[in-house]
Design a protein around this ligand. Sequence first.
Ligand code: MTE
Length: 318
Amino acid sequence: MLIKRPADIAPSEITQPELYFGRRRFLRDSAGAVLVATMPGLAWAPPTLAAAKLAATKNPDYVVDDDPTPKKYVTTYNNFYEFGTGKDDPVENAKDFNPKPWSVVVSGECEKPGRYHFEDIIKPSELEERIYRFRCVEAWSMVVPWIGVPLATVLKRFNPTAKAKYVAFETLYDPKRMPGQRRPVLNWPYVEGLRIDEAMHPLTLLTVGLYGEELPNQNGAPIRLIVPWKYGFKSIKSIVRIKFTEKQPPTTWNDSAPQEYGFYSNVNPQVDHPRWSQRKERKVGGGFFSPKVPTLKFNGYAEQVAALYTGMDLVKFY
Ligand code: MTE
């Protein structure tokens, strides 16, 4: 996502995920092969951390035609610059991050500002599983069974006032725990924002899990947004602040490259990114030879969200 010179482009951004994984695995496995070869019956396997299970009711209203992307891709091919800019950096660099305890500071145009513990925000009985399409601005996509609570359910508890026209979100800033923040690749902390009607839309999910488990660190533990009709960078991770504002809040990628990333960032195949087309996408995990598939307006959620933008020029407000 960075503004990059060709030499800076990560291999993961120019190579299909499957090829990229295959090459990394080859390099890694050849290092372990000598040892394994001398130990009959043993096969090399990457170390795994046991993930905590998370119970949630499946919501049949939110499913898609495609099968979910295999979990190994969703949890190892990540964008989380706080833990490095490579796709496989977050899984490695976030493995010791401890997201508990966690609290979120709520402020701005609402009647109940304050610091709320994770447990005050997320009620286990309200958790639901929803299968969403997820489209990154880099033209790859996934299908993920997320677990969360509609953001509206949570925001309403803070009684936003009539002046609350937008909601701003902020990721934890802690360079000791988030090594990527020790380098000025972005203006830290990562910030994002939604118009209040987008934030209150039933599709917008405050997310705490995936595939029946608590969110892995690399996917934004313990609490992140999922806004499925917008490019993935709107889905801010590891949120510590929520602020109701009267004015449109700044957003990290818009600050960093305004000509490339707008505030709205609705998935729109008709508006190209200045450096690549947004007409098609590659499904992560689809196999070596899987063809690109057409990208759908609002990522396939037009029926639900197009009315939010009636009368707006979506080329101007990209
Ligand atoms: N949130 C923070 N704090 N930092 C990031 O670098 N990357 C964004 C978004 N949220 C990012 C972030 C981008 S570009 C994408 S595509 C998604 O997270 C990736 O989410 P995933 O790794 O769970 O697939």
